[in-house]
Design a protein around this ligand. Structure first.
Ligand SMILES: Nc1ncnc2c1ncn2[C@@H]1O[C@H](COP(=O)(O)OP(=O)(O)OP(=O)(O)O)[C@@H](O)[C@H]1O
Length: 277
């Protein structure tokens, strides 16, 4: 198993520093969630971990090795990514897309071994896409495609798996299944999530970013406090405990004004048309 360290990681885009000296440690086999408001730098930090962006400062270490010093092939073996910009342009079949996960392990045009075929079959079964194997990737719904790309990442057998908002497009059952898979993989996982309750359920630890800086890191219960959520998101919430798991649950009401604004009595909701009264 592989640990991941971001050591004073900084990243610039168009000449502007977006991520500022970020320090994070993700233990081997941990699921680490990156949360924070829109534009806080989550994707930019993650792009440095899967080498889509060269850091402007600091180091990303995978299993103790400086990622920047590894060959592209070696870093692709160590880090797999499921990201928003990973959509395929070619209309390959689902089975072909999943098999592409083996490319970093292959030399030349070698065919998949029986073991590799079994890896693909198993990943497709785990992500519930076996029935789509012969379909063109471009014909799939957003959620189906997301599950295929997860299968491809799993057959890559990386040490570290990074995912940028992987639950986008997924219905409730598939959100829960995807995050359960992540927990069951025993991989070191860094996942960007917007849904704080999903993040609390799925992650061992969270890092909360604001304006490209780490505001808090720790267990979900340590990070997701009403005070910090008000400070970072500008939203008043109630945080309770999940009755079965004890995970923090963030509750909000659309009628509660943002912190600092005068709170009057909430306007009564109009009755829905056709509601029995
Ligand atoms: N190519 C670019 N050039 C200049 N600025 C960029 C570029 N890409 C992103 N940014 C800016 O960098 C900041 C951080 O963006 P990033 O996508 O990392 O945030 P995020 O936390 O992932 O946001 P979201 O939750 O909205 O996906 C934003 O202000 C964004 O506008």
């Amino acid at each position: 198993m592989t640990d991941l360290t971001l050591d004073k990681l900084s990243a610039r885009l168009a000449g502007v520093e977006i991520v500022h000296a970020l320090d994070l440690q993700v233990g081997a086999g941990q699921v680490f969630g990156l949360v924070g408001p829109n534009g806080s730098g989550k994707s930019t930090a993650l792009r440095c971990v899967y080498r889509a962006l060269r850091p402007s400062g600091g180091v990303v270490r995978v299993g103790g090795d400086d990622l920047a010093r590894l060959t592209a092939r070696e870093s692709a073996r160590r880090v797999a990514a499921l990201t928003q910009d990973g959509t395929a342009d070619l209309d390959l079949t689902v089975a072909d897309v999943v098999a592409l996960g083996r490319v970093p392990h292959q030399r030349g045009n070698s065919r998949l071994t029986e073991h590799e075929h079994e890896l693909c079959r198993s990943a497709m079964a785990r992500t519930d896409v076996t029935h789509l194997a012969a379909r063109g990737i471009l014909s799939l719904s957003g959620g189906e495609r997301q599950r295929v790309l997860l299968a491809r990442a799993l057959v890559q057998e990386p040490g570290v798996l990074v995912l940028d908002e992987p639950t986008n497009h997924l219905d409730l059952r598939h959100q829960i299944e995807l995050l359960s898979h992540l927990r069951a993989t025993n991989l070191t996982v860094v996942v960007v999530l917007h849904d704080l309750n999903l993040a609390a359920a799925a992650c061992d630890r969270l890092g909360l970013l604001a304006d490209g800086r780490l505001v808090a890191a720790g267990t979900p219960a340590q990070v997701l406090t009403p005070e910090r959520i008000a400070q970072v998101y500008g939203v008043d919430v109630t945080v309770t405990e999940h009755p079965l798991t004890g995970d923090p649950q963030v509750l909000f009401s659309l009628d509660v004004p943002p912190p600092g604004e005068a709170s009057g009595p909430a306007a009564p909701r109009p009755a829905l048309e056709g509601n029995p009264t």
